[in-house]
Design a protein around this ligand. Structure first.
Ligand code: URA
Length: 234
């Protein structure tokens, strides 16, 4: 896997992600197109419509890539000329679970790819004093334990929220190896936190940034993704 040097984690300041790249952490190919999209959304002066448009395009690429990690079974289609096309179809149910609020930005793109997908939600909030994520509620599709889950949150920063959400899924019977975390940007701190605790959870991301700053924002980062997406930034 080629990791673009401009987004490669700095080994001096961040934990190593090398052991996880490939099987566990799937980084989208760093094409010029993808880098151009990131260049727009990371620009502090990006127009709102450009931010939304380019973010959505990356989210779509991520979700398409995540679907590649799910199991498929052989299926033959009968074509209009009467021939058999020996192909594949996705086997068990796939559910989307958004971590509120930023993860909700990914719901419409997932719905565009899988119109009938059942969508769950997990609401967690970081306690101002302890800095730990506090669980508020989960609304999950019935039968979630029998399917695969795309866990949606654009930012994998400290990993605290992702770990808490993964725990909710495990508590509802979803096996670790059926969880795919889908995020726009990750940093080594978040990747090592998730992969260290749950080595069979897979992560799909479009960029691995250098590190977290003292306020737990990613560097170079994107600012507060949820605020920018929902228009609640100043
Ligand atoms: N969440 C965000 O929205 N941005 C960051 O940089 C970190 C967490």
């Amino acid at each position: 896997m080629t990791v673009n040097p401009t987004t490669t984690a700095s080994a001096a300041t961040s934990p190593s992600i090398e052991p996880y790249l490939g099987d566990t952490v799937h980084l989208l190919p760093q094409t010029n197109q993808l880098r151009a999209l990131h260049t727009v959304i990371r620009d502090r002066a990006a127009r709102r419509e450009d931010f939304l448009h380019c973010s959505s395009r990356i989210l779509r690429l991520l979700l398409e890539s995540a679907l590649d990690l799910l199991p498929y079974e052989e299926h033959t289609a009968r074509t209009p000329v009467g021939a058999g096309y020996r192909g594949l179809r996705m086997s068990p149910a796939v559910h989307g679970v958004a971590i509120a609020r930023a993860g909700e930005s990914m719901e419409s793109e997932l719905r565009a790819v899988l119109p009938a997908v059942r969508m769950g939600k997990i609401l967690l909030q970081r306690d101002k004093v302890t800095k730990l994520p506090h669980f508020y509620y989960a609304a999950l599709p019935p039968g979630i334990a029998d399917g695969h889950v795309l866990l949606l949150d654009p930012m994998l920063a400290t990993g605290g929220t992702a770990l808490a959400a993964i725990q909710v899924l495990l508590d509802h019977g979803v096996p670790e190896d059926r969880i795919v975390f889908v995020g726009l940007i990750a940093v080594p701190e978040g990747i090592t936190a998730v992969c260290g605790r749950h080595p069979r959870v897979r992560i799909v991301t479009s960029a691995i940034d250098q590190r977290l700053n003292e306020n737990a924002y990613m560097v170079p980062g994107i600012g507060d993704f949820g605020d920018r997406w929902f228009g609640t930034d100043r």
